[in-house]
Design a protein around this ligand. Structure first.
Ligand code: THU
Length: 131
């Protein structure tokens, strides 16, 4: 049984509570649904060396890949923000490595969300060997 969009968004919101974001104070949560039905969560993990910070989406993706899952159907992203929390360029590129047709649900503080296909957010993706 697969979870609904709303359930996946609630899981992402819960995951955002674990965010380690003392520098930006911008807490992000992600919930990644694999084609198998398994769901992996992530939150952003910041670092005093700011470039070592990792986004919530990539935490969820790397957790999934490290557990043997590489085919993804949906990712829900939540932040307690005024605007919809869109994935950054690096996260889009990492998603595209695995599932160019996956759904990306982007929520904001009110709980409302917008939904895209990854290839809308990152068309003409770089692929190693495309030269
Ligand atoms: N952040 C994410 O977790 N996901 C994104 O797609 C964009 C940005 C985090 C990184 C950093 O901890 C904070 O948001 C502010 O950039």
């Amino acid at each position: 049984m697969t979870v609904t969009d709303r359930e996946l968004l609630n899981i992402a919101k819960q995951a955002s509570e674990n965010a380690y974001a003392p520098y930006s104070r911008f807490k992000v949560g992600a919930a990644l649904e694999c084609e198998s039905g398994r769901v992996f969560t992530g939150c952003n993990v910041e670092n005093a060396a700011l470039g070592s910070t990792m986004c919530a989406e990539r935490v969820a993706i790397y957790k999934a890949v490290s557990e043997g899952e590489i085919h993804f159907s949906r990712i829900a992203i939540y932040a307690e923000s005024v605007d919809y929390c869109m994935p950054c360029g690096a996260c889009r590129q990492v998603m595209s490595e695995f599932s160019q047709d996956m759904e990306v649900l982007c929520a904001k503080a009110t709980g409302s969300y917008v939904s895209y296909r990854l290839n809308q957010l990152l068309p003409h993706t770089f692929k190693f060997g495309d030269f």
